[in-house]
Design a binder for this molecule. Structure first.
Ligand SMILES: *Cc1c(COP(=O)(O)O)cnc(C)c1O
Length: 430
């Protein structure tokens, strides 16, 4: 038994399923999860003395590579001044100033501790603002584990085969309406059938949580127009895409302005941070400015703010980061396509900037139903073939991969080579 296997055996006796977040358990790909000891730049190091090239990057935050020096230094400096005050600090003001500068649709912002908190608060504010109860989400989009969102919730829930979680009340589920992603007509029907009852439409402007799925041309604009027509608050959940697809997120890249935006992952530089913000007239409803209650003992935590600020400052001041990410993304996906061709496979690759997914299906993937057509056992074989070659992928078909600027041209070439070998070996093992 490896040390990772030993740790996992023990973990299972102490932690539900042995992990603190379900996808980590490797259930969707088989085998035993790898326990990570440390990471630096593009590499992960496990408890068994092995080294991997990283393509998850903590599900996004490590866009500059692990333990990026300016972020590390900011945390070291901050730690000397104690770790939490539960009182306002200068850094929170600087953080709000930087976020509103980078994401102009965000006029006011509130810091929280996770993406889940951000989305839960955002819909509460949207409900307070409109005086309506219902919300529309899209099948396969994930917005954290809040009750209202655990309806057709993508990756984690899908990987685990729990489309609707027990424990979510019927009343809560009844207020969440769902439509297929990229299906404007379905949204229009929902709005017509629930006239003056829908508070918000929430979506990932580019989906990462059923694998990477792009909005079709006109989809985001169409949603914006429907929200305007029906007086609905448009929430872009940019927990994954924020500060990744552009410094102003997917909204900058696609030129569509939401009313509210939820953020997480990159915004904390690897620390537990989330944020929600948007139009001042809506955000002014949040307590203590207004009556919609939302609070957090550790919100705006000084250590977390220091890490996030260092990260965002770097991204704001180094546009070449995004140029480089585009370059790496293009080279990698071109290389992956060539690998598919050599293996005689015509699987689908969805890609934008530094996010992409190789779907084990020959059909195009524009929504959840199409994503589900993938050959899951095939993905499991591919995943383990890549792992054996030292490439650490997301342990589920229904996830996007996330690139970092720590990937050098040499490493990109290594990943392309490993992909080709893995595809060929996966076909042999079948
Ligand atoms: C990760 C994610 C969340 C949840 O964030 P947590 O910090 O895990 O609570 C919400 N929305 C999207 C789009 C995400 O990718």
């Amino acid at each position: 038994m490896t040390t990772s296997e030993q740790l996992f055996e023990k973990a299972k006796t102490l932690i539900p399923g042995g992990v603190n977040s379900p996808v980590r358990a490797f259930r969707a790909v088989g085998g035993s999860p790898i326990f990570i000891k440390s990471a630096k730049g593009p590499y992960l190091f496990d408890e068994d003395g092995r080294q991997y090239i990283e393509l998850i990057n903590s599900w996004g935050p490590m866009i500059l590579g692990h333990a990026f020096e300016p972020v590390e230094k900011a945390v070291r400096d901050a730690i000397q001044h104690s770790f939490s005050f539960g009182a306002p600090t200068r850094k929170e003001v600087e953080m709000a100033e930087l976020i509103t500068a980078m994401v102009p649709s965000v006029e006011k912002v509130r810091m929280v501790n996770s993406g889940t908190e951000a989305t839960m608060a955002a819909i509460r504010v949207a409900r307070g603002f409109t005086g309506r109860d219902k919300l529309i989400k899209f099948e396969g989009c994930y917005h954290g584990h809040g009750d209202s969102f655990l309806i057709a919730a993508g990756s984690g829930a899908m990987t685990m085969g729990i489309p609707d979680s027990p424990g979510v009340t019927k009343a809560t589920a009844a207020d969440t309406l769902t439509a297929p992603y990229n299906d404007l007509a379905a949204v229009e029907t929902l709005l017509d059938n629930n006239h003056n009852q829908v508070a918000a439409i929430i979506l990932e402007p580019v989906v990462g949580n059923m694998g990477c799925v792009l909005p079709e041309p006109g989809f985001l604009q169409g949603i914006r127009d429907l929200c305007d027509k029906h007086g609905v608050v448009l929430i872009f959940d940019e927990v994954m895409t924020g500060f990744r697809l552009a410094k102003g997120g997917a909204q900058e890249r696609f030129g569509i302005t939401p009313d509210l935006t939820t953020m997480g992952k990159i915004i904390g530089g690897g620390m537990p941070v989330g944020a929600y913000g948007g139009r001042a007239d809506i955000m002014n409803l949040v307590a203590p400015a207004g009556p919609v209650y939302q609070a957090g003992t550790l919100s705006g935590n000084p250590i977390a703010m220091s890490a996030g600020l260092a990260m965002l400052h770097h991204l704001n001041e180094h546009p070449e980061v995004y140029t480089r990410l585009e370059e790496i993304g293009k080279t990698l996906t071109d290389g992956f396509r060539a690998g598919l061709q050599k293996a005689g496979l015509s699987y689908t690759i969805n890609h934008i900037g530094s996010m992409f997914t190789l779907f084990m299906t020959e059909r195009s993937v524009t929504n959840f139903t199409e994503a589900k057509s993938c050959d899951i056992p095939q993905f499991g074989r591919y995943f383990h073939a890549m792992l054996e070659r030292g490439i650490y992928l997301a342990p589920s078909q229904f996830e996007s991969l996330f690139l970092s600027v720590a990937l050098t041209d040499d490493l990109v070439a290594q990943i392309i080579q490993a992909n080709e070998e893995s595809l060929i070996s996966m076909m042999k093992d079948k």
